[in-house]
Design a protein around this ligand. Structure first.
Ligand SMILES: Cc1cc2nc3c(=O)[nH]c(=O)nc-3n(C[C@H](O)[C@H](O)[C@H](O)COP(=O)(O)OP(=O)(O)OC[C@H]3O[C@@H](n4cnc5c(N)ncnc54)[C@H](O)[C@@H]3O)c2cc1C
Length: 424
């Protein structure tokens, strides 16, 4: 392997490269990304090496030829929510601006492995959102109609079809029988770490600097515009600054002198012991408040709700584990026989209308991307695409146009509480 600080491109992965390395006892693989020391100045500084920050950098390079970029991360890349989520991907949102950006992301997901030359293990296995109350039936039928008009393929399915799709489900539960569901065949999962690693490798190959273990502690402005950031590795000047730090967005905004309408709350997930394949679809049960899919290793990956109070502990409250599992067991009785292996949490950034913020800010040349809340993994690609457009041009393109900060002042909310109320 080359030295950590090498900035040589990592080389193309291919069957020929594997064969060559096999004969070379795998001694010639280069590191997927370099870890250089920061320069004194960059054209663009992106704070946060989660999926959204890395994708922003990638599309700035790919679509706009801007590569003089530092992506600054206080921990390790992908160690925030990007590496902590339950990897659900779908685009069946109610409002037009949401459907547009999430479906852009889904279309990009379909080719991301080829685009990045990195296997992100995209698995479009189908996604089902269960209706277990009359209210949900109305909500999901409405979403199916809206999706039809948006050219997003979804369908309303009845309980009999659901039982065929998910044999482990109990559709006659005593409290919440399954009354139908919203099905998106193109939905599914991808390997979350691989998305971050694939983008990181591509960014590094374009000559961008990914600087890990380097917290941003201050933002310097001059004449109302950004001048530099202060970091654990010194002062770094920049012409443009993109804040892409999910649950820590309010802190970053405060450093630059403005406020954001978001709340930071822990959201948690857990996995069971691995079992034989028994569920080849992603299921969300929003009324009972849980969702699950089976990982390639056989674990049942289970997601629950957010804590009922704002906090920054990357754990989540214990009582939520009990609530989530108890609720899911009603609809999936076989889960009661499983041992749960581990549990974790991440800090999600919630807006009042449950839609993201991709926006200019009161500070010149400072842009913000946050508010993806409990459901931004699926959006990484569309968000990065739209954010790159915003940073490069200084104004939003069509995908980000409705997601500006002004909507909170002007009352133009993009209400996605039906689509994103729990979950993903
Ligand atoms: C338990 C859980 C389950 C989820 N399930 C799903 C799901 O199934 N599907 C879905 O679509 N979404 C899901 N999400 C939401 C999704 O994970 C997030 O919306 C998405 O990952 C946000 O990505 P990001 O790049 O904006 O943030 P992050 O990945 O959190 O990246 C932000 C980065 O900024 C860094 N940072 C913060 N402050 C600073 C600073 N001062 N200086 C430098 N760096 C800083 C952090 O260390 C972090 O690495 C889930 C989230 C959680 C927590």
């Amino acid at each position: 392997m080359s030295a950590t600080k090498s900035t040589k491109p990592s080389g193309r992965y291919s069957v020929f490269a594997i064969a060559k390395e096999a004969m070379n006892l795998h001694a010639g693989w280069r590191r997927a990304w370099a870890s250089p020391e920061p320069k004194k100045k960059y054209k663009v500084v992106i704070v946060g090496a989660g999926g959204h920050g890395l994708a922003t950098a990638y599309y700035l390079g790919r679509n706009f030829g801007i590569t003089d970029i530092a992506i600054i991360e206080k921990g390790w890349l992908g160690g925030g929510n990007t590496g902590r989520n339950t990897t659900i991907i779908r685009s069946n949102y109610l409002q037009d601006p949401s459907a547009a950006i999430y479906d852009k992301a889904l279309k990009l997901y379909e080719n991301l492995s080829q685009d990045l030359n990195y296997n992100i293990m995209f698995s479009p296995r189908g996604l089902l959102m269960l209706a277990q109350t009359e209210h949900e039936i109305r909500g999901y039928k409405r979403t199916a109609h809206a999706n039809h008009l948006q050219n997003v393929e979804t369908e309303w399915v009845d309980p009999k079809r659901i039982k065929e799709l998910v044999p482990i489900i109990n559709i006659d539960g005593p409290r919440y029988p399954v009354l139908g569901g919203l099905y998106q065949a193109r939905g599914g999962t991808a390997r979350h770490d691989a998305v971050a690693w694939g983008y990181a490798r591509a960014c590094s190959d374009m000559g961008m600097h990914i600087i890990q273990n380097c917290e941003v502690t201050g933002v310097e402005t001059e004449n109302g515009a950004v001048r530099a950031v202060n970091t654990a590795k010194g002062r770094i000047e920049c012409e443009k600054l993109a804040m892409v730090v999910a649950g820590h967005s309010s802190h970053l905004a405060e450093m630059a002198g403005f406020r954001l309408p978001i709340e930071s709350i822990a959201l948690q997930a857990l996995v069971s012991e691995p079992i034989k394949p028994c569920c080849d679809i992603v299921i969300m049960a929003n009324t009972v408040h849980g969702y699950l899919s089976q990982s390639d290793k056989g674990e049942m990956v289970i997601g629950g709700g957010t804590d009922g109070f704002n906090n920054y502990t990357q754990r989540g409250s214990w009582h939520h584990v009990e609530e989530t599992v108890r609720a899911l067991v009603e609809t999936f009785p076989m889960l009661s026989r499983l041992k749960m292996l581990r549990q974790w949490g991440g800090i999600v950034d919630m807006t009042g209308d449950r839609s993201p913020i991709l926006s200019t800010t009161p500070v010149g040349n400072v842009f913000v991307n946050c508010g993806w809340g409990t459901g931004g993994f699926k959006a990484i690609l569309g968000s990065g695409w739209a954010m790159a457009e915003l940073v490069a041009n200084g104004r939003p393109g069509a995908l980000a146009a409705e997601f500006g900060l002004n909507r909170f002042r002007e009352g133009r909310f993009i209400d996605e509480s039906v689509a994103a109320g729990v979950a993903h």
